[in-house]
Structures are given as C-alpha cells and as structure tokens.
Design a protein around this ligand. Sequence first.
Ligand code: NAP
Length: 170
Amino acid sequence: MASKKLITVFGATGAQGGAVVRALLQNQSFAVRAVTRNLDGNGARELKKLKAEVVKGDTDDKDGVKKVLSGAFGCFLVTNFLEHFDMNREIQQGKNVADACKAAGIKHLVFSGLDNTEGSGAAGPVHHFDGKAKIEDYIEQIGISYTSTRVSFYNENFLNFNPSTEDGRK
Ligand code: NAP
C-alpha cells in the first residue's frame, strides 16, 4: 500500500490542534506530524502514545518551521494570541508558517482564522480576531490553497477562564 499523506499539525498539544491530531489518526487516511516546542512535556508524550510523529517546532522560528513542513501534503495551523497578547507577533508567526507552506509545496493549509472586525462597528480593536484575519489575507495573497475555519467561543471557557460564580461555586 502507498504510504499515507502527511499532515503537519501546529498547536498539536493544545485544544484545537489536539482535536485535529486525534481526528486524523482516528480516520487512518493520513499520517500526522505533531509540532510542539517541548518534546519532553506531557502533551508530547500523549501524542507519541497515539502514534503521531512528534517534532520540535516554534512558529517564531522562520527557518525551523520549514523543517517541520518538509515532505508534508497538508498543514493545520492555529496561532496562539492568548500566550502573548501581541497581534503583530501572532501575524508574524502566521506568516512564517504560510511562507514555509508555500516553500514546501503544501497542497492545502487549514488555518484557524477569525473575522476582521475593523470597520465592523465593534467598540474597539479586537486584536485576537484582526491578527488572524491579516494572516488569512496574507495566505490568500501568496497563493496557497487554504481553508480558514471560524471556531467560536469554547464551552470549556466556562471552566477554564471563569471557573467560579460570584459566590465561589462552579
Ligand atoms: P491551547 O490549547 O492553549 O494550546 C496552545 C497550542 O499552541 C499548544 O499546542 C502550543 O504548543 C502551541 N503554541 C503556542 N505558541 C507556539 C509557538 N510559538 N510555536 C509553536 N507552537 C506554539 O490553544 P488553543 O485553544 O488550541 O488555540 C488558541 C487560539 O485559539 C488563540 O489564538 C485564540 O485566539 C483562538 N480561539 C480561541 C477560542 C476560545 O474560545 N478560547 C475561540 C476561537 C479561537 P506547545 O506549548 O506544545 O509548544
């Protein structure tokens, strides 16, 4: 049997990328290369148990991301604004991966995007949306085949971000 097409998944130890890795492995049509900055972490260990190829990569590292995309058919990218709250850094991280996808000849990129709120009448800038919209514009501009998803507010946020009511009960 021909070897399976390879999908490189960024954010593989997290909520979105982790779900993508699990779904792809369950489907059995693709091989998965899971990217993390910490090969010794619990997240990496769990992914290895699932039989993903786990590799070190950092979206801040322009040259490094080229290596993790080498030989891949497709890519899933989620950028994590919530780690640094810096829109320009998030945009650069997205561009680094988009450029590497282009250079590696990736056939399709799935990007976890959000809508551009500029000019929408939103009360102020919504940086975690607008940065992703700018990454999407860049992907379009450099001519990669892509799908941009729109993930809504997670149900898990009620547990993770604001676990307590005013009187301290969950
Ligand atoms: P998460 O569960 O917190 O996990 C973050 C993932 O990003 C980890 O796998 C981490 O990998 C990876 N990562 C972070 N910085 C990286 C870097 N420089 N290079 C490589 N990997 C990096 O995150 P998530 O919830 O899946 O995704 C967060 C994004 O979702 C945010 O941008 C947020 O705006 C967006 N979003 C959130 C919601 C919501 O309701 N929370 C809704 C829509 C969109 P390692 O630590 O293993 O390296």
